[in-house]
Design a protein. Structure first.
Length: 227
């Protein structure tokens, strides 16, 4: 496995130039398979442990922190997005005007396929409201500015880290998706809900750092955790 320093350098370069950075990883694939068997219990002690193992680790955290520079961020959103072939989406529209305010991590199961449109974060593209409140981008607009898609296959599972302004299409499988954002970018976003139990409260506290906070609210009851 590549050293953390080398990986950070490669990821930073790819995020800046291409807008995304992808890795195949069978450990991630196996972890997602277990999560699927458990019915996608995201907002539980098991789910938080899954997040700590596969997201809040020595490989991902330096990349996230480097993306935001000296500014702190919040793990603001965590949801599963299913394949939606033929629909090109992005989390944040506006291109350069929108700025580097959100970075996204896809955890991808075995046999998944995703197309990422290289360089699309550099362009302010026309969008319409897409599925699940994401922005849908016409392929013709991407072609007009010279953005070519790079299709990534993950036969054994893997992950991708990308600027939220990047256009992408989940062709096969699904993506367990984590969004890290600056505080100003998520002022109107709802908090993720967790039962108010000592174990969960402590786990969330342990997940936070001086640069990364969690967007959780503790309540008596929660909604569905299987999106």
């Amino acid at each position: 496995m590549a050293s953390t320093e080398f990986l950070l350098e490669a990821a930073n370069k790819s995020l800046s130039e291409e807008g995304f950075f992808a890795l195949e990883d069978s450990v991630v694939g196996d972890g997602i398979l277990e999560m699927e068997k458990r019915g996608f219990e995201y907002f539980s002690e098991y789910g938080l442990d899954f997040c700590k193992q596969h997201i809040l680790n020595e490989r991902i955290i330096p990349i996230v922190e480097s993306f935001f520079g000296d500014e702190g961020c919040v793990l603001a959103h965590w949801l599963r997005y299913k394949a939606h072939p033929g629909h090109i989406l992005c989390f944040r529209k506006g291109g350069p005007k929108a700025g580097r305010r959100i970075v996204v991590v896809h955890l991808l199961p075995k046999e998944s396929r995703v197309r990422y449109y290289s360089g699309s974060h550099r362009h302010e593209l026309p969008t319409t409201e897409g599925k699940r409140l994401l922005h849908e981008v016409p392929e013709s607009a991407l072609a007009a500015v010279g953005c070519q898609s790079v299709e990534k296959g993950f036969p054994d599972g893997g992950l991708a880290i990308f600027d939220a302004r990047i256009s992408f299409e989940i062709k096969q499988g699904y993506a367990i998706t984590f969004e890290f954002a600056t505080v100003d970018a998520i002022e109107s976003w709802p908090k993720m809900s967790l039962p108010d139990t000592p174990g969960l409260v402590q786990k969330v506290a342990d997940m936070e750092s001086s640069k990364i906070r969690m967007n959780f609210a503790f309540r008596e009851t929660t909604g569905s955790t299987n999106a």
